[in-house]
Every structure is written in C-alpha cells, then in structure tokens.
Write a protein that binds this ligand. Structure first.
Ligand code: GLN
Length: 216
C-alpha cells in the first residue's frame, strides 16, 4: 500500500490513516495508471495479485486490458471466488473496459470459458463498437460527475446492451455513430465504464469512486 499523495505532516496523519484502501487488480492491463489516479484522489493503494492482498483492501479497481486473460489469471491466482464473495458482500468495485466486462452478470461475444465477478446485473457486448473502429473518442456526460462531459477514450470497448432494474445508467455516448450507447453504469457500490478515464488524466471518475468507498 502506498500512502496517498499530499504529504504526511502531523495534522494530516489522522485523515491519512482513515484514507480508504483501494487495491487495483494487477493480473493484466493498465494497472499503473489506476494506481496513480487513485493515489491522486487520496486513497491508499496497491496492487492485488493474491487473496491476502485482497483481504487488506476496502475496495477494488479492475483495470482495462483483456477480460479473457484477466479471467484466466484470476482463476489461476485463486482470486475469482474470493472476489466474487467480496462483491456479493458489498465491496465497492470500479471496472473500466475489460473491468466492466468482469463485473457483468452476462457477456455477449465472450469466450465460452470466460468467468466474471457476477456483480452488475447487465448484459455487455465485448468489442461492441466494431473492428473498424477499434479505438475512438467521444463525449460522455456522467450523471453525478460535474464539470462537463468526459473526453472518453474507447479501446476495443464493450457497451452495455441491457441493464436489470437495480442498475442506474450513468452515461451514454453523446454524439457520433455510437450516440445513445450505454457506457457507464452503477449498481449499489459497483461502478463500471466502457472507457478509460485512467488514460486521459481526468481524475473525476476515480474521485467519484473513492467517494463511494468513503460513503460506505
Ligand atoms: N476487448 C477487451 C476485452 O474483451 C477490452 C478492451 C479494454 O479493456 N481496453 O476484455
């Protein structure tokens, strides 16, 4: 666990020891970018690769990367069932892109042996925006996040095809050919986006998530 950035003078020591411990699932994907974003938001953070590291965190971020690989490694590292149990028990989790896929209860165009954390009642489609637009950018206003739409970066991203009754849609693509597609959702303490705020240096989504963890 690294301490949040911002110094450790005496007056802040109490606040810092109360900083939420937010781990980043570090099996594959853009782990470092999430660690940096979380530290900037005042969380204590560190990589989670083993069950004992999972036991030490209050919350988890599942990064972008490749969901089939993250699934395979989560099984190999003995983390799949422990994470599923923590999710069922209410641990806050934020998933971006592949992390969104890992949080979904149903995945379309996945591999038949791909497993997830069974968190958000939604159906997501992998690589949904089509092979010809592997990567694109679009404006996405996110409910509950002020300061204007996100400049959202999508990289072979999923979209959300449908959500269950307990799921709040936080964001849809605002314009362009994918306008109206659901790309940000929340169900209780679980948050997911199709895009990668960790890659654009926009701290607002991580701050939103750290607030979810603090409010818990
Ligand atoms: N296409 C990837 C998957 O299926 C997700 C891409 C990403 O996380 N940038 O997991």
């Amino acid at each position: 666990m690294t301490e949040p950035s911002g110094g450790s003078s005496g007056a802040q020591a109490g606040a810092q020891s109360a900083a939420p411990r937010v781990g980043v699932l570090a099996l594959q994907g853009d782990v470092r970018e999430h660690l940096r974003a979380l530290a900037a938001c005042g969380a204590q953070t560190g990589p989670v690769r083993r069950p004992h590291e999972l036991a030490e965190v209050d919350a988890l971020v599942v990064p972008g990367g490749e969901s089939t690989t993250i699934s395979k490694l989560a099984i190999e590292f003995g983390l799949l069932d422990p994470i599923r149990e923590r999710v069922a028990a209410g641990m806050p989790v934020y998933g971006s892109c592949a992390g969104m896929i890992m949080l979904a209860t149903e995945v379309l165009d996945g591999r038949p042996d791909q497993r997830g954390f069974d968190g958000i009642e939604m159906t997501v489609r992998r690589n949904a925006f089509g092979r010809q637009v592997d990567s694109f950018e679009a404006a996405v206003p996110v409910k509950g996040v002020e300061g204007g739409p996100f400049h959202a970066v999508f990289i072979r991203a999923p979209w959300v095809e449908s959500v269950g009754p307990g799921v709040e849609v936080l964001g849809e693509v605002a314009d362009g050919p994918a306008a109206g597609r659901i790309v940000a959702v929340r169900q209780g303490n679980l948050v997911a986006t199709s895009f990668h705020p960790e890659l654009t240096g926009d701290p607002r989504l991580h701050r939103y998530f750290v607030d979810v963890v603090r409010d818990r």
